[in-house]
Design a binder for this molecule. Structure first.
Ligand code: CO
Length: 135
């Protein structure tokens, strides 16, 4: 299998502290990690849920990818991320399968993971991220 599990779902937010409070109070989900990921133009918080995470992402600027997403759609579900052991292999496999890539090469993600995004045009409308967690 190409992917091992769902690593996280990404949720675009305009107020990250309000979102953290909402998930804590309504779902008893705790903040596990917070980081500014310059490469993706976001401040991100990982919330614990079982083996996976909800990744809250707040744009650092309006002209970032997530900033444009919120301007167009408002806050909400942004992407799904699948974990893999070897992102170079997984990215090669989806490229060979003809999927349209946003990232031709993996880049740095949260917690020193390596990540790459696939274009929603070739994944049925779902922005899809592949993650190789830091070892
Ligand atoms: Co993500």
């Amino acid at each position: 299998m190409l992917f091992g599990r769902i690593d996280h779902i990404g949720v675009a937010v305009s107020d990250i502290d309000a979102a953290v409070r909402l998930y804590a109070q309504q779902f008893d989900m705790r903040e596990q990690h917070r980081e500014t990921v310059e490469e993706q133009g976001v401040e991100a918080v990982l919330l614990e849920v079982g083996d996976g995470h909800v990744e809250l992402i707040k744009p650092l600027s309006e002209d970032s990818g997530v900033g444009k997403f919120i301007a167009k759609n408002g806050p909400g579900l942004h992407h799904v991320a699948y974990a893999c052991d070897d992102i170079d292999q997984a990215l090669g496999a989806v490229r060979d399968a003809g999927l349209q890539l946003i990232d031709k090469e993996p880049r740095r993600g949260i917690r020193n993971s390596r990540v790459a995004f696939l274009h929603p045009k070739s994944t049925g409308g779902v922005l899809t991220e592949i993650v190789e967690p830091a070892h």
